[in-house]
Design a protein around this ligand. Sequence first.
Ligand SMILES: *Cc1c(COP(=O)(O)O)cnc(C)c1O
Length: 252
Amino acid sequence: MTSLSEFPSRADELRDRLQRVRDRIAAADRPAGTAEPRLIVVTKYFPASDVEILAGLGVRDVGENKDQEAAAKAAELAQLGLNWHFIGQLQSNKAKSVVRYAASVHSVDRLSLVAALGKAMAAEQRRRGGGGLPARPDLHCFLQVDLRADPARAADPGRGGALPADLPRLAEAVAGTPGLVLSGLMAVAPLGGDAGEAFAHLGKLSEHLQADHPGARSISAGMSSDLEAAAAHGATHLRIGSDVLGPRPQVR
Ligand SMILES: *Cc1c(COP(=O)(O)O)cnc(C)c1O
């Protein structure tokens, strides 16, 4: 990386950026009586060396959106004991790999993926048992919701996220699958829309979900540009990438 930066080193840059994001989170309004949301630093496209620096700064939760990249980093940094959150669209055939390293999947959006994750968890438990390894904890599952209005969805169906109407069935499936825990909901604010409105909608959907699944209290919402709006509407997990790491490289 060429250094045109105001910072003497990458470590200084990450320390400074991380502190600014932590200060924003601490200062953000949130519903009365709720805890400060948990920061997940989204490290996609950035090297394992950055994740290592962040771990040294106290980061425990990191987010990745591609299995191949995440698996490699998680293997390289296994000794750090980080919580790896899978936040990207997930093909069912990657479930087997993801359950080897991920503490949670934030992008559960269809029944076939729930089935694949359940099967992969069962196989992973057998693998660990056979190898005399400790059992892995249950996989925390967030149901990803598509908060876009119908016309936007019709124009671009490929972004992931279940329709709000499909959440009850999906929730039942996760809750009924051994090895999976229903944590709550996840969403990305629709492009060009009002993030506050979107997250208010997500909060309502979370209330409905909790009526049937009282333990599913988590809300994963909020990115660099809209973390304050997410916190205001009860986000429990914030997924922050560029404001901690800097602009992502354009080419992979
Ligand atoms: C990349 C990504 C983020 C982080 O976005 P920033 O704008 O860089 O903070 C959050 N959530 C998801 C699902 C992502 O893919």
